[in-house]
Design a binder for this molecule. Structure first.
Ligand code: DX5
Ligand code: ZN
Length: 213
């Protein structure tokens, strides 16, 4: 299991320090939640702050867009050369075109599914994707409860993924902690995002080690 702590739960008064702490503690990716106040009812950070995160990070960035106008935001963040950019399929008229655009910029493309979205929507996109992110909470906020029916969805997605593109990673985001991580791994998850569990833990390294199942 790769571990991608979400800096949404970091202390923004000492953001660079918190980014260094998760990297030093052995995380695999730094998950960055970009929200525009339109696609989701919350507003977070833009390229100025994300470039400060990139400067502090010693691990690759995993940028999760929760925005309208995905292509505009891809252009904004491309100069930071994140490992992944993921966008919500619910907000994209031309997902195939956007996947090609992200890859042409030297970034690995990923698609996010909100809790209500069927994995079958990816059938003709999976062969071009490097990762699929399944939301296990409604996008917009950290600290929410895990939605249990996502386990069945992971298993359905894994069947499709194994048949179409076994190299494509499955990532989970929302309500991940020490009580559900083994179940998530067993269902087929390759990468976990965790915000509040990691940053509220009294020992960040222990939290990350616990998720490395
Ligand atoms: C929610 C974000 C998540 C969030 C996860 O829209 O995509 O990345 O930070 O936070 P936790 O782990 O606290 O649910
Ligand atoms: Zn996220």
């Amino acid at each position: 299991m790769l571990v991608a702590p979400s800096v949404l739960s970091a202390d923004f008064g000492q953001l660079a320090h918190d980014v260094r702490r998760i990297c030093d503690a052995g995380c695999d990716l730094v998950h960055v939640d970009v929200m525009d106040g339109h696609f989701v009812p919350n507003l977070t950070i833009g390229p100025v702050v994300v470039s400060a995160i990139a400067a502090a990070a010693t691990k690759p960035l995993d940028i999760h867009l929760m925005v309208e106008n995905n292509a505009f935001f891809v252009d904004l963040f491309a100069p930071l050369q994140p490992e992944f950019i993921s966008f919500h399929i619910e907000e994209e008229k031309h997902p195939h075109r956007l996947i090609q655009k992200i890859r042409s910029l030297g970034i690995r493309p990923a698609i996010v599914l909100s809790p209500h979205t069927l994995p079958e929507r990816l059938e003709y996109l999976l062969e071009d994707l490097d990762m699929v992110l399944l939301m296990s909470v409604n996008p917009g906020f950290g600290g929410q409860c895990f939605i249990p029916n996502v386990i069945a969805k992971i298993k359905r997605l894994k069947q499709l993924r194994d048949a179409i593109n076994p190299d494509c990673l499955i990532e989970i985001d929302g309500g991940v902690n020490d009580t559900n991580i083994v179940m998530l791994r067993d269902a087929g998850v390759d990468v976990c995002v965790a915000g509040s569990y990691v940053f509220k833990h009294h020992n960040i390294k222990t939290a990350i080690d616990t998720l490395h199942v």
